[in-house]
Design a protein around this ligand. Structure first.
Ligand code: CA
Length: 227
């Protein structure tokens, strides 16, 4: 399912079919060009900024993809400034091994991060999880507007259930690991009982009306698909 694509041929509310706008903040031209092309193929509209200053002066976007290493100011400072004035979803791009920095990014208000090198599929899933909308058959999830529908009917979900569904729907058909769910929904520093996830999955299955929507993959995580 591609963002912005009306896959089920039913009329969508005004504006919902507009492409999700990504502000891509990256100083390396070749990297930015490759990413922009990939994201545009996936149906996103991409605006580029090569410096922190350009990022802060850019038009509002639906999601900011923010490289940590920029020539003028570092990505964390940009993240802090953006967050101070807007709740736009921010995904930080960090280099391998910068574990502490990732935590810093999340504490500064980033919604998620990707670690280089990453694949386009992973990146798209991360973007969809924070800046939907995503459609999986009869199910619609819009992470940005915090809504979910089944057969066009609104689902009454708790905030954590919506986060969980958005993460699973963003990469429907693929297994999302328990550690990723814990990290994204319950915070990076919390690695307590994973039982909490099972409780939320059980509740979500009840609300979806069919447990087959969410398949448990033993010892790994969960996979969402239309029964
Ligand atoms: Ca860079």
């Amino acid at each position: 399912v591609r963002i912005g694509e009306n896959t089920d041929c039913r009329p969508l509310p005004l504006g919902e079919d507009a492409a999700v706008k990504i502000l891509l903040v990256e100083d390396e031209d070749s990297v930015a060009e490759r990413l922009a092309q990939g994201l545009e193929r996936e149906g996103f509209a991409v605006e580029r900024a090569a410096t922190g200053a350009a990022a802060l002066g850019a038009a509002p976007a639906d999601c900011v993809l923010l490289d940590v290493r920029l020539p003028d100011v570092d990505g964390y400072a940009v993240c802090r400034s953006l967050r101070a004035r807007s709740d736009v979803p921010i995904i930080m791009v960090t280099a391998k091994g910068e574990a502490v920095d990732r935590v810093v990014g999340l504490e500064l208000g980033a919604d998620d991060y990707v670690v280089e090198p990453f694949g386009l599929r992973e990146l798209v899933a991360r973007i969809r999880a924070v800046a939907g909308p995503v459609r999986v058959g009869r199910l619609g999830v819009d992470a940005r507007r915090r809504t979910a529908t089944l057969d066009g009917e609104s689902l009454a979900l708790t905030p954590k259930e919506l986060d969980l569904l958005a993460l699973l729907a963003a990469d429907a058909g693929a297994v999302v690991t328990r550690s990723r769910l814990l990290e994204r929904i319950w915070g990076v520093t919390w690695y307590g009982q994973t039982k909490t996830i099972d409780v939320h999955v059980a509740s979500l299955r009840r609300k979806l009306g069919d447990p087959a929507w969410i398949e448990a993959v033993r010892g790994v995580g969960f996979r969402l698909h239309e029964p």
